[in-house]
Design a protein around this ligand. Sequence first.
Ligand code: AVI
Length: 374
Amino acid sequence: MLDLGARRIEGRINRVATETVQTNARVVRNVKRREGHGLVVQNRKQEVTRELARHFAFDVSVGLRGKRKSLPFRYLYDSAGSKLFEQICLQPEYYPTRTEASILAKFSPMIAQLLNNRAISVIELGSGKSTKTKILLEQFKAMAKEVVYFPIDISDAILHETAVSLTTELGINVIAIPAEYSKGIKKANKIISKSRIFPRKLILFLGSSIGNFEPREAAAFLRMIRETMKEGDVLLIGFDLHKDRRMLDAAYNDKNGITARFNLNLLERINMELQGQFDIDKFAHIAFYNEKLRRIEMHLVSKEDQNIYIAYLDKFFHFERGETIHTENSYKYDMHQIKDIAKGSGLILKDRFMDEKKWFCLALFIQDDCYQKR
Ligand code: AVI
């Protein structure tokens, strides 16, 4: 049973969340009235899909042109790619997921204590199934903290599923935001300041996803997050650490071939969405640690000289034997780099939590007030 205070808070969250939903609904209703057609929502969806296909086509046409071919890593995550990534996380060689989970299990009481407010808004960027976050949320619950959880993800379906299960299992308030990172965090902030409840924020960016950004992009991303932070807010980021290259190479070349399927799925996606004619058997997955740049590089290598036609673009692309498409980087950090990136983004590294073998680090940042004054 909720006490009266909790009931009042619950009411307020529901009101604000409902208003947000109603705002969106209003937009749809107005469009419907203007166009007088029941299929408007679907048409808008088709419009969005067409727009995404145009962006994908553009990036493919630019990325496969010339000698140094590459594609943005975000295209690895269509629905098949996201499912394969979930499987990667379970492979014995892929240590980051279980190592991060073990750090959370060990240190979540300490992290929860650092946030000494009774009521907290937890915003998670790229929440996926929120499996690891559950460890923290359970800890907050055990310490009788009130939590509103804002998972942000581009996958609507996963968000819905997660919101339902967390609400029923943990009895916490969940406001799911289907959006990309920067739009999502701004939306969550708007809801938080509008409702004036749970103003203290914990922002999460787990899973070492920061490693997929180029260092310059990572710093810009942190600055964007910092701009949404107020005094007392905390940012927790998962960094995969630099380590023995054999272990890194193995993590991205699992014996079950799941990472290879994940990488090759990008060609299947081009075939499906842009009517490409890639023969998947004529390409192979390669991933290796680039010691100098301190990053795993993932590529697709052409096994022979070939010309590939992509109907959507009405173009042929030439591949020489051994030529690659660079599909992803995964940067590995050390503590100096973590401090540097924080400094350049107006953040202070307040605390860090690591496993005993120092494979992975959860870094906790607060905003640097001096940086704000500059
Ligand atoms: C999502 N990201 C942190 C993963 C990584 O380790 O860079 C993506 C991945 N690519 C291949 N394996 C895992």
